[in-house]
Design a protein around this ligand. Sequence first.
Ligand code: TRP
Ligand code: ZN
Length: 880
Amino acid sequence: MDSVSTSSAPAASAQPVDAATMPQSPPEIRREDYRPPAWLVEEVALDFALDAAATHVSARLKVRRNPAGDGANEIRLNGDGIAALAVMVDGQPGNDWRMDGADLIVALPGDAHEVGVETQINPAANSQLMGLYASGGMLCTQCEAEGFRRITFFPDRPDVLSTYRVRMTGDKVLYPVLLSNGNCVAQGENADGTHWAEWHDPWPKPSYLFALVAGDLVANRDTFTTMSGRTVDLAIWVRAGDLERTDHAMRSLRHSMQWDEETFGREYDLDLFNIVAVSDFNMGAMENKGLNVFNTRYVLADPETATDADYDAIEGVIGHEYFHNWSGNRVTCRDWFQLSLKEGFTVLRDQLFSQAMGSESVKRIEDVRVLRSAQFPEDSGPLAHPIRPDAYREISNFYTATIYNKGAEVIRMMRTMAGPEAFRKGSDLYFTRHDGEAATCEDFVKAMEDGTGLDLGQFRLWYSQAGTPRVEARLEHDGDTAVLHLAQTVPATPGQPDKQPMPIPLKLALFDRDSGTHGGEQLVVLDKAADTFHFPGFARLPALSLNRGFSAPVAIERTVAEDELVFLAAHDDDPFARYEAMQSLTVQYLTANGGQGGSDASREAIGTALAAILDDSALDDLMRGELMMLPGEAYLAEQMAVADPGAIHSAREGLKAWLGRTLEQRLTALHARASAVPYSLDAAARGARKLKTQALVLLAAGVSERAAELAAAQYRAADNMTDRQGALMVLAGLDTPARAELLADFKARYDGNALVIDKWFSLQAGSLHRQALEHVKALAQHSDFTLHNPNRVRALYMAFAGNPQAFHARDGEGYRMIADLILALDPINAQTAARFVPPLGRWRRIEPVRSALMRGELERIAATPGLSRDTAEQVGRSLG
Ligand code: TRP
Ligand code: ZN
């Protein structure tokens, strides 16, 4: 049988190794082409002779014919940029093998064999940070999604689950610590200055969860006693100088383990849990079984170098990776189209965890803000895809806000409709039914259906249809009845011109305007194109609080009278709805007249509502800080058919300036009150810090000299990074002598601390300063800038791409800089380079002059020979 047809779609790859000969349009892989693997790998034995420039890898695979496979007499072992030095079958040097593009095909006549393969790799030269690579002096791996094939030849697809035995030998001085998945079962020393360790992971896992770390590391150690009384040894491994900054991560880990037992009934399943912090990392962190590998930015924190937001992010990511042990590892994905099965569910789990650890409502508001500023634009642009995509060319491009964040919202809707108890029955059933399996999104929905009793037939459309549903809402009064008319449309997205109505669960409350109260929250499910709901018992038209808690990830379209929004902003007892009322008031004003801004009376209404929020003594400061934030420019642009980024920016800055002037007394008084609160990590002190910086942001726009004084004073008095960074952020946007002085102070104070120097780059690249674009150009030449460290690249250029005034410079210079970056970075780190394409891809929704400039840059990239599969796919889709 033809070898290509024996491989499953997700694993199929016949790409030439040489990037220069790579076609500009790499082949499309389709979900409908999934086939079970022809061969299963039961056991894997890996032997690594570690060396930074030449690591020798010897792999032995115990393979068995899959009864559910197609009966092929050969096995396809994926490779990427590696060569087979030797191939053995059943211990004999084999001749019956060949290369098919980058893959190795080995003939196997029987039903069970042992396949041996020798490869040699160069971690020091691996700038893509996929597979085995060097970071600082250490060696580490990143295998998700398809990095294992850069280490050895293997059926590198998530539905092939094996137990792993890993032996590694390395220099005792360079690599005193040798780690892999599972438990260390043996170790010893050799006479030649090397030592070795052998690790065994008893849990069958796909190759993407394999990990190895070798380096000079120290550990923060602790233990956790599980619900069944087992003791688990915990260790967080970092460089010697970083040990003092690991306590928050350790606390977060213990909290995660406890919370998952209490909330989802999930217990940890090994005697050891290791976390390693690495400075060069493509993403946030990775859930490798028993050996999570983290970007240092999601591990290291102390008050001097990490902000409150950093503390929260660490807690969330530690939780996220830990929760993957069940949602991802014990139950994994059948193929990469099911990525949201583990990522959407795990994001929901980490969101609920963070909600439980801190302020539930503030966390919910933050998560909605991320969804609206990152996922909504994705869903309305050329890269829109369902949470379960139908096709991809490079899977790394699908680690998106849609798969992660919308995926979490979709599962959250099931939880809202079922209630938490029934939802828990559904998740228990899912975990027990599919433990040890590679499952699908359909398996998850079916388990939820069986466990909760909900009928999720129509709900499955949330998995297959892309696009953010628009819900038109109209409230009428008929006799003593309030009548709510709802209508939905799901917009067309690439490849999906026609959509069906989806079930949209909307929590709502109807407020009696005289008493300021409502008769209880209700849940309505809009499952038709249009429907009407009747609420008797209202002598007067009530105020409508709709989509409370953001119960559905939709855009509500409703023209609401200003007085109704002012009422809700002051009285709504749902904190999210209160925030939403304040946001709507501002969105309506800022998007009026094509983004030029609304009437003075509307502005006055915003000022009055905000003043009431500043004065409201019943509000906690964390929540007050949220209510003071204006909607972001990306979200505002989403509200318009065609956006003029320049007009949006000036309208928004204009409103900030007016608020800063109008509320100057209140804001300075709040700043003074908050400045008197001593540093601690409790909610009140964090709230005070948030308030200080939010107050400065508004004051800086309106009374810049006063703000500059306050910010410089805040910077100088700061005993923590939240205050220091907040003050410097404000100063970086102003033309004041303190700007240069304090930026230099910050740089000198934290020189050598890479994570803080990242902040120094970001503050300048993201600043409101009119010369921000020139500053970025200069910073790109700074001796501390490098294209080889993703954190540094993102610190400078993601901050820049997210700075609307600089990125959308009228002459297109910002677009040119991002395109130049993509082209320079693509050969070094394709995965990171491709992540800079989406900002340029928004061209269709932008006014014609800028739109043409953005498109021109995409075309320039597309015309460049030798693009990576990652960048070629994103640019192709963005132009498509
Ligand atoms: N699975 C990781 C997570 O928890 C994501 C991830 C880490 C990743 N590193 C990666 C994805 C490299 C692609 C490539 O979300
Ligand atoms: Zn994840």
